[in-house]
Design a protein around this ligand. Structure first.
Ligand code: DGL
Length: 467
């Protein structure tokens, strides 16, 4: 028991770090005043991850931000208060209102799934309806919420198995007659999962809204609650019955944008407004008051009980994406073929190019029956391989241009296509037939400028669209 308590008291701190905490008679969840060579700090000592280095201590400041302090620079430290760690947030019963739509929230993990509760001191999944209601009571104004944890992983660990798992779980809920679905997901690869679901669940009768957060809910600047409230509104009341991503529009807490699953991409490592629709306008903006469509060519919510959804939860994981760089050698392609990969999506330069030394490897891959598709690193614009002689040569070697499909989307679609067939003509037909907006006839001329610019441009744009 004493060992357990000790483990808890020094959670994640070892070696010199733990020795320093012991020397000053403080531990995890001690509120301390620290004197260092660089000045004085006051805050709460946070637990460290098992894999973190032993030379630093993490302090949660009153501002909500964390600072790392090097143990070797600490001259003096004393405890002014100590918190108790309770590993649960209070559950409040989620009220049931027969007049409100029913929404199912699936959790897969990521920042939105966890809440570091500094009052109580634990990393906890806020998942049961009661816990969510305890943290975000506004959800009850919008819907009757049910929750289910499918996975508890960071999104870099999502993959084909999970795509299929989430798609099947959504299909089962739709079968039961739910009015909308929310999927909580880590932001890093949310656009991969969104695309996979858009192919696996075509024409869903209700909205399927993916949501995450860039900052965890213990931070004052967290986007978690607002994203969740807006996602619930889109899922419960919205008319857009597609797989979408709901994340901050501008950098301020004003509204979220709903992005089509196959045109969205995470574009900034830390901004809350990180998700952008590329080569396309977002579907709508959503605030606590309203959902304002920014376009009208979307799949609409079906009347209750009707569904034309086509579910195809399949994926062949023997697919890779190759991001071309100048100087790339042919062995990159050869080694994929030798390892048994059946599909390769290339993110080429400009209109869709790779260097000459790679050509023979492409020919060998084609001969081995590997399906190869070209996309562009520029993200905006189309693969156009007829413009230069080199593009034509690459096509002759067996690489097929994938129009304006985003590289990650083409990767996901190829995995999904190969889950159904390996017949090259059929794969090509699937790849080049737009199914969920992944290939568009044209890209909006204003989109490129508007969506890269941030707040002023977006505000101006949405003001014009709403007129
Ligand atoms: N690695 C990140 C992920 O799951 C955690 C941060 C986040 O949820 O955005 O995508």
């Amino acid at each position: 028991m004493a060992t357990d308590n000790n483990q808890e008291r020094f959670r994640g701190y070892r070696g010199v770090g733990r020795a320093t905490l012991e020397r000053f008679e403080v531990g995890v969840w001690s509120e301390v005043v620290v004197h260092t060579a660089d000045g004085e700090y006051q805050g709460l000592i946070l637990p460290r991850s098992e894999t973190a280095d032993e030379r630093h201590m993490v302090l949660k400041m009153a501002s909500g931000y964390n600072v790392g302090l090097a143990f070797e620079r600490i001259e003096e430290m004393h405890e002014v208060n100590r918190r108790e760690a309770h590993y649960k947030i209070p559950e409040k019963e989620f009220p049931y209102d027969p007049g409100k739509p029913s929404v199912k929230l699936f959790g897969t993990g990521g920042t939105i799934a966890s809440r570091l509760d500094y009052r109580t001191g634990a990393v906890i999944p806020a998942f049961s309806p009661g816990e969510l209601y305890g943290s975000v009571p506004e959800l009850a104004d919008v819907c009757n919420l049910q929750t289910e944890k499918l996975y508890g992983i960071f999104s870099e660990n999502m993959g084909p198995e999970q795509y299929i798992g989430v798609a099947k779980a959504c299909a089962a809920e739709i079968e039961k007659g739910v009015d909308g679905i929310i999927i909580g997901h880590g932001t890093d690869t949310m656009h991969h999962t969104a695309a996979a679901l858009a192919f696996m669940l075509q024409r869903p009768p209700v909205p399927i809204v993916m949501v995450g957060s860039q900052r965890s809910s213990d931070r004052p600047s967290s986007d978690a609650a607002l994203n969740l409230i807006h996602a619930a509104k889109a899922a419960a009341e919205g008319d857009i019955a597609e797989v979408m991503v709901c994340m901050f529009g501008p950098t301020s807490d004003e509204y979220d944008l709903l992005h089509r699953a196959t045109r969205v991409r995470k574009m900034h490592s830390s901004y809350r407004s990180t998700f952008r629709s590329l080569g396309e306008r977002p579907l709508a903006m959503v605030s606590s008051e309203e959902i304002v469509p920014l376009r009208h060519d979307y799949h609409r919510r079906e009347p209750k009980g009707r569904s034309e959804m086509k579910a195809a939860p399949v994926f062949d994981g023997r697919v890779s994406i190759v991001y071309y760089y100048p100087g790339m050698r042919p062995d990159i392609i050869d080694s994929l073929v030798a390892s048994g990969y059946k599909g390769i999506v290339i993110a080429g330069t400009g209109l869709g190019h790779v260097n000459k030394p790679v050509y023979p490897a492409l020919a060998r891959a084609a001969k081995a029956g590997v399906h190869m598709y070209m996309t562009v690193q520029t993200l905006w614009g189309y693969t156009q391989m007829y413009v230069y002689e080199t593009g034509r040569e690459i096509m002759e070697l067996g690489v097929i241009p994938a129009a304006n499909m985003l590289p990650e989307v083409a990767y996901v679609k190829l995995g999904w296509a190969l889950g159904q067939t390996h017949d090259p003509e059929k794969v090509k037909e699937i790849m080049l037939t737009p199914i969920a907006g992944e290939i568009t006839e044209r890209e909006p001329p204003d989109g490129y400028l508007v969506y890269q610019g941030g707040l002023p441009e977006i505000v101006e744009f949405t003001r014009r669209v709403r007129k």
